[in-house]
Design a protein around this ligand. Structure first.
Ligand code: G3H
Length: 256
């Protein structure tokens, strides 16, 4: 029955938080690998956490790309307390299709919440030279400063191979990811099981070390297929809150 299910999830949340070594885990029922509405439920939970974490003035929320954070945006509701909240993309282009890009998701989130937003217009696959000259541009520097001042970050976690293929990653990088056993992806970084960085997409915006200075970092990721990726990233990364689903949680507790 329903009450029984609620208690089971609360028990799983506590066990999983302990296993991952973080303070807060939220599990929604179901497995988003099989049912699209489960991703929406994770999205809904993400919006509620964002709301609860607002300081009330000068809140800056940085968001990543991906279908999961897109569902956080989709589930966002108009909120009078968010009219001064500024939404920014966490990082520049990572090679995603428009609907999965951080800029698109950031704008959707702000529009739905009736908040403010700023975008970061940098192309994917930056050369070293282009990167170094872009970060000298004053308009880019201003937005980068805002991004680094974020007090909340909400981000997705992907399976390394899935993400690399979705982003049309060059063959030599795909091989490197495979040879070095990359399992997880977040913020354009690819990690192995121990959390070592195997590869990083060259773009500007939040770098992994910046996250240590951001008070609230929320990861949203689910589906049994992502269990290993979530485990690898969360046990080694700076996120203190995880929204996941029963599919990923069960797999992490029993088989990872
Ligand atoms: O940036 C992408 C995320 O790491 C994972 O994407 O939510 O579509 O699985 P996803």
């Amino acid at each position: 029955d329903v009450m029984h299910e609620v208690f089971d999830l609360a028990d799983m949340e506590a066990k999983l938080a302990k296993k991952l070594g973080i303070s807060n885990v939220y599990i929604v029922p179901g497995d988003s690998d099989f049912f699209p509405w489960v991703k929406k439920e994770m999205g809904k939970k993400g919006t509620l956490l964002l709301k609860n974490l607002l300081k009330g003035e000068k809140d800056v929320i940085a968001v990543t790309g991906g279908t999961t954070i897109a569902s956080v945006a989709e589930m966002m509701e108009t909120d009078s307390e968010m009219q001064d909240t500024l939404f920014v993309p966490a990082r520049g282009g990572l090679g995603e299709q428009v609907e999965n890009q951080a800029n698109t998701i950031c704008a959707t989130m702000a529009r739905k919440a009736m908040g403010q937003y700023r975008l970061l217009h940098v192309p994917d696959q930056l050369s070293k030279e282009a990167h170094d000259s872009l970060i000298q541009e004053s308009s880019i520097r201003q937005i980068l400063e805002l991004i680094r001042s974020a007090n909340i970050v909400i981000h997705g976690i992907g399976q390394a191979k899935t993400m690399a293929e979705r982003r049309k990653t060059p063959e030599n990088i795909l091989n490197k990811l495979q040879d070095e056993q990359a399992v997880a992806e977040a913020f354009g970084y690819y990690f192995n099981h121990s959390g070592d960085i195997i590869h990083k997409v060259r773009t500007i915006g939040l770098q992994l070390e910046d996250l240590k200075h951001i008070p609230d970092v929320i990861a949203v990721a689910g589906g049994k297929s992502k269990a290993q990726a979530i485990y690898a990233y969360i046990t080694n990364g700076p996120s203190q809150m995880l929204v996941t689903d029963e599919g990923a949680a069960t797999e992490m507790l029993n088989n990872v």
